[in-house]
Ligand binder design. Structure first.
Ligand code: PMT
Length: 401
């Protein structure tokens, strides 16, 4: 099944002997009706000519970062936004090293660093370079950042040696890209909703009760879902975070607003509740600033439990309801009781007693508890919230498929 028609592919060609195989990738993409733009690194031009790439792709070839023609026609940000997918083939050891360190000293690395799209790398290098610990470390880092790898494969190398490091066959690369788009189009008919961040519960017009949630875990989950093609809505309490334009963002402030926005976003297939919703709100919010002398007792009342409401909805309960449990002690016990009491399919527990992860950190450590399999508890050890999110979304994709 061809899912490449009209897909916008940005092919970045680096300087390696297998650069000539990229011409075949262009030919195959064109044959499958994809739109292609290409960037050649300075070293790539030692192996293939911009002219041959332009002739095959029937498009202008980009190469210099500071080229006024390039920037006026399509600047590096627009180029990275234009693409539905970026593929770097061949990805040399040098490029892999540069990307893992966040370098942006030429057009290719700048476009990649500025990208919010899925990036595939098809590495090609000598077997010793591939096996070198520094390359392994760089690849581990790039995988952590969400880069996807195709190959390399084992075989005879241009240098006469034999081993792992050969760039994958252009047809295999094409098939991987095609599979990615097939999965994405399956997912984009599936709606996902994420709540994130804290809520502010006003005492008077200028004071409120809130908590330490930064929204990072929820935003990362929304990004991971969107990258896999899910039709994603993010309902966010007040945060300083930004999100890409593919995600429908609804900004709210109070629990009541979050509840209304969540109701309005139904039906949805998947709902993930990472928001740290204030359990209580002020009973009688003052319209005027409260004077110091009256600021002694502030009666509170319970906020609606949004997760509980949605997971018990008669007609519009999402197929998969995932709650988070923020705990400081007896984590498993409290988490499993929330799994049951809040009628979730999964509950993801995190320890919020630590400074280094959990609330307002880039890192988290979680365990997933499942309603259908109470004996199963999966621990995702300490890592970046972006990686935790990818691993959670892997499980979501496996479940819905
Ligand atoms: O935002 P970060 O700084 O990245 O931190 C992430 C996080 C620690 C906030 C996140 O990982 C997390 O644990 N979120 C849930 C926080 C929480 O409120 O947990 P809880 O145990 O109090 O609530 C359980 C579940 O009910 C949560 O899914 C919560 O969203 C939901 N809930 C709670 C109260 C309420 N009124 N409505 C709800 O929907």
């Amino acid at each position: 099944m061809n899912n490449l028609t009209n897909k916008k592919i940005l092919l970045i060609i680096c300087g390696g002997i297998s650069a000539y195989k990229s011409l075949e990738i262009i030919r195959l993409l064109k044959k499958n009706d994809a739109e292609i733009k290409t960037i050649l690194t300075k070293n790539a031009k030692e192996f293939i000519t911009p002219l041959s790439v332009a002739a095959l792709s029937q498009e202008k070839v980009y190469h210099d970062l500071f080229n006024t023609d390039n920037e006026s026609e399509m600047d590096h940000i627009t180029l990275s936004r234009w693409a539905d997918l970026i593929i770097i083939a061949p990805a040399t050891a040098n490029t892999i090293s540069k990307l893992s360190h966040g370098s942006s000293d030429d057009l290719a690395s700048t476009v990649i660093l500025a990208s919010n799209k899925t990036i595939f790398l098809a590495p090609a290098m000598n077997v010793r370079m591939w096996e070198h610990q520094s390359t392994k470390d760089n690849i581990k880092t790039l995988k952590k950042y969400g880069y996807k790898f195709i190959g390399p494969v084992i075989g005879d190398m241009a240098c006469g040696e034999y081993g792992e490091g050969k760039m994958s066959d252009p047809l295999d690369i094409l098939n991987e890209i095609n599979t990615f788009f097939i999965n994405q189009s399956k997912n984009n008919r599936i709606k996902a909703l994420v709540t994130a961040g804290p809520t502010n519960e006003y005492i008077d017009p200028i004071r409120f009760i809130t908590n330490k949630s930064s929204g990072k875990q929820g935003y990362e989950l929304a990004k991971s879902l969107s990258r896999r093609g899910f039709d994603t809505t993010l309902i966010s309490g007040p945060t300083n975070l930004e999100i890409n334009e593919n995600i429908k963002l609804i900004k709210v402030e109070t629990a009541e607003e979050m509840f209304k926005a969540t109701q309005k976003s139904l039906p949805t297939d998947i709902a993930i509740f990472t928001a740290a919703v204030a359990d209580f709100k002020v009973k009688n919010k003052s319209d005027n600033k409260i004077k110091k002398q009256n600021y002694i007792n502030i009666p509170l009342e319970k906020n609606i439990d949004i997760l509980n409401f949605i997971s018990n909805h008669n007609s519009m309960r999402p197929k998969l309801v995932i709650g988070f449990a923020a705990e400081t002690n007896n984590i498993d016990v409290y988490a499993t009781s929330k799994l049951k009491n809040k009628n979730c399919d999964w509950i993801i527990a995190n320890d919020v007693s630590k400074k280094d992860f959990g609330f307002n950190s880039d890192y988290n450590e979680v365990s997933i508890h499942y309603k259908n399999n109470p004996m199963k508890k999966e621990k995702l050890s300490l890592k970046r919230k972006s990686e935790i999110s990818e691993e959670i979304v892997d499980r979501i994709v496996a479940q819905i498929n």
